[in-house]
Design a protein around this ligand. Structure first.
Ligand code: SF4
Length: 438
């Protein structure tokens, strides 16, 4: 095994977008234990990130590659000039590999092939920055960190602090890179998605020559132009969430709202420090469905919160019957260390919590089965998660990965992961749909 730390020389040409690409590659290199060398002599190989915008930039890039080949000999080329057909290979046939812009993974693959990283048991335990744990066709995109609320059952704000939103341009850059890498669905996440930009006072950022306000409506609208499914998670029920519904009705973002209500009884909601008007919530849901009849609503609820009476719990069941939510996650209250709610009187016994959870889930299963049965016979668009000899497994806009249902396509053997196709629903159960390609 080699024991010399591998050194990479780096030449970065071009515009700020190319600089971001360079930064990504350099970050990966450092994370993996490579050293960045300031000169050709000490480098084991050289990466040249090129520009191909105008003739003079092409000439400059080709000169830089030539210089690196003469001075070092082992050269990997990436960037915009790499995307221009055979220009690089024709001028410099000895380069080791050529890729286009935003190709961090491919560049790292080439570096690994020609200059393997040094084994370091500590560093190798750390996942490389930017690695995705999701399959290639969908990705999570975090738009902010932290939260300004103080829900009494939650300790996230004390661990992660108040809301810190990412600049809108950075988010859009990441979203674009993911789409360029083949992602078909972006799942927007944060602790409090609808609060995006509050800490930035909604100041405008810059994306593709336009000003974009750092506000969830404007961000969702801009993301909607990327041509992939945009799905919003953890949307706190602020009044301005209403503005997102027309974007869903217009097809800009998927008609899916993951909006945690947590409970329906006003006293419990107040004890939780959550917005506490379930009648208002019901009338808003009705309005949302009038504007966007295809809207899928997912919510989460806590049962057995300290002091929850039978009557208050039944109020929650009544709310679910009236709201007819499509997807519901329910959890028994559990006293997380440090949560304010732990000191509330009259904790509910685990047995009673369990019983209430089972009642709630049984009710919701019926509601879910009825709502899914209404889809039988309809045509829907689905995104294929996987396919084999048995058929394909896909999801519709109503199904977020991991947490919602699936669409099984029995005649989907020829499909590929990431395909977006239209199918006809043939039958349903409490959670999933079955469909055929038409
Ligand atoms: S539950 Fe959500 S909104 Fe409430 S404090 Fe925790 S992170 Fe913030």
């Amino acid at each position: 095994m080699r024991n010399k730390i591998p050194r990479v020389g780096f030449v970065s040409l071009g515009c700020p977008k190319a600089t971001v690409d360079s930064e990504r590659i350099l970050t990966r290199l450092r994370t993996e234990g490579y050293l960045i060398s300031p000169n050709y002599e000490d480098s084991d190989l050289v990466v040249v990130n090129t520009c191909g915008f105008i003739d003079s930039a092409i000439a400059e890039s080709l000169d830089a590659i030539g210089e690196a080949l003469t001075e070092n000999g082992k050269v990997i080329v990436t960037g915009c000039l790499g995307a221009k057909g055979d220009v690089v290979k024709q001028a410099h046939p000895n380069v080791l590999s050529v890729t286009g812009p935003q190709a961090t993974d491919e560049v790292m693959e080439a570096i690994h092939a020609y200059l393997p990283k040094l084994h370091d048991p500590y560093v190798d335990l750390v996942p490389p920055q930017g690695i995705r744990l999701t399959p290639k066709h969908y990705a999570y995109l975090k738009i902010s960190e932290g939260c300004n609320h103080r829900c009494t059952f939650c300790i996230i704000p004390s661990m992660r602090g108040n809301l810190v939103s990412r600049p809108v341009g950075d988010i859009m850059q990441e979203a674009q890179s993911l789409v360029d890498a083949g992602v078909k669905e972006l799942l927007v996440i944060s602790q409090d998605t609808s609060a995006y930009g509050v800490d930035l006072k909604y100041r405008s950022g810059f994306w593709k020559g336009k000003f974009v306000k750092s506000r969830i409506t404007e961000l969702a609208q801009t993301m909607g132009e990327l041509g992939v499914w945009i799905r919003l998670h953890y949307v706190y029920p602020y009044p301005h969430v209403d503005e997102l519904i027309p974007l869903m009705a217009e097809g800009k973002i998927v008609p899916y709202l993951d909006i945690p209500f947590q409970h329906a009884n006003a006293r419990i909601l107040k004890l939780m420090k959550r917005p506490a008007d379930s009648e208002d919530v019901l009338s808003r849901i009705q309005q949302w469905r009038t504007i966007c009849p295809d809207l899928t609503l997912r919510s989460t609820f806590i049962v057995g919160f300290p002091g929850e009476t039978e009557q208050e719990f039944e109020e929650l069941l009544d709310f679910l019957k009236a709201a007819q939510l499509d997807r519901v996650g329910a959890f028994m209250y559990s006293p997380v260390d440090g949560a304010v709610a732990n000191s509330l009187p009259n904790p509910i016994s685990p047995e009673l919590q369990q019983e209430r959870l089972a009642r709630l889930m049984a009710l919701q299963e019926k509601i879910s089965a009825q709502r899914l049965a209404q889809k039988v016979g309809k045509t829907i668009q689905v995104l294929v998660d996987e396919a084999d000899k048995q058929g394909a497994v896909a999801r519709s806009y109503a199904d977020a990965p991991e947490i919602d249902g699936l669409v099984y396509i029995e005649n989907g053997q020829s499909l590929k992961q990431g395909n977006v196709i239209t199918v006809r629903v043939t039958h349903s159960d409490e959670h999933d749909l079955w469909a055929e390609i038409i």
